[in-house]
Design a protein around this ligand. Sequence first.
Ligand code: GUN
Length: 290
Amino acid sequence: MNLMDGKLVAETIYARLQGEIAALKTKDIHPKLVIILVGDDHASLSYIRSKRKAAEKTGVISELITYKPEEIDTESLINKIHELNADPTVNGILVQVPLPKHVRAPEVMKAIDPKKDVDGFTAYNLGKMFLSAEFEDLVPCTPLGVIRLLEYYKIPILGKEAVMVGASNLVGKPMAVMLLNRKATVTVCNSKTPDLAAQTKKADILVVAVGKAGLITGEMVKKGAVVIDVGINRNADGKLVGDVDFQDVSLKASYITPVPGGCGLMTVACLMENVYNATLIQKSLEPGKK
Ligand code: GUN
C-alpha cells in the first residue's frame, strides 16, 4: 500500500503558484481573494483560516468579510457580490457555505461573476466542464484536488473503472464528470444505491465523499484499487476520520489517502490554483492547466 500524501502534493502546487504569482506581480497584477462568511460556524472558521494561510503562502491577497446572520438577507448579500464583481482589484469571490436558512443560497451563488467564481459552483462553470477537459477552467476545488493527486502519483484514469460514492453538487457530480472527461468508465452511487458493495468492488479508482465514518470497509474494495477518501468526520473520541475504514482498506488498496493529510489539504491548494487561473482569465491571459 502506498500513501497518497496530500501535504506533499499540495506543497508542489504551492511552489508552482508562488513562482507564477510572483511573475504576475512583476506585471503589476496582484491576485486577490475575497471570502464572505455569514455567522460564526466553527468548521467554516477553521476552513477559512486554512484558506487565508494558503493565500498568504502563495502571495494572494485575501480579505474576509463577515456578517452577523441578523444583519444580512439575500438581497443585501447579492448587492455586496455585485459590488465585488465590479471591483477590478478583486479576482476571486468565495461565499462560505452553509449560509443561514433565511438566505436563499442558490440565488447568492448565482450572483457571482463566473470569471471570479473560484469555487467553481456557478452553472456557467459547471456547464463548461461538461464539454471536455479542455473547457475545465474554474472547477470545484475538491474534485480538482483528487485529479491533481492522481496526476502526481501517475495513476492512469483512461480506460479504468472509476466509482464515485456520493453525488453532491460540490464533489460527487463534478468529480464524476472530470473522471469521464479523462475517459474512465464512471459509476456514480447515491444514498439509494441498493447494493453499494457490488458497485465499489468494481472500482480501479474509488472516490468516496459521503460524510459517514467507516462507510467503506476492506471487503467492499477490490485488491489493488486506488482509494480516495474525501470524507471528513469526527469519531466518538473527537478524532478526524474519513468515510473509509483506513486500517482495513489499506490492506487491499494499492494507493490510499489518509484523513487528515489527504484531500482536505488538496482542496485548499486547488482553491489557490483557481484564484490564479481566475486572475489570468480576467486579464485575458491563458490559464495554465497545471
Ligand atoms: N464549505 C465547505 N466547503 C466549502 C467550499 O469548498 N467552498 C465554500 N464556499 N464553502 C464551503
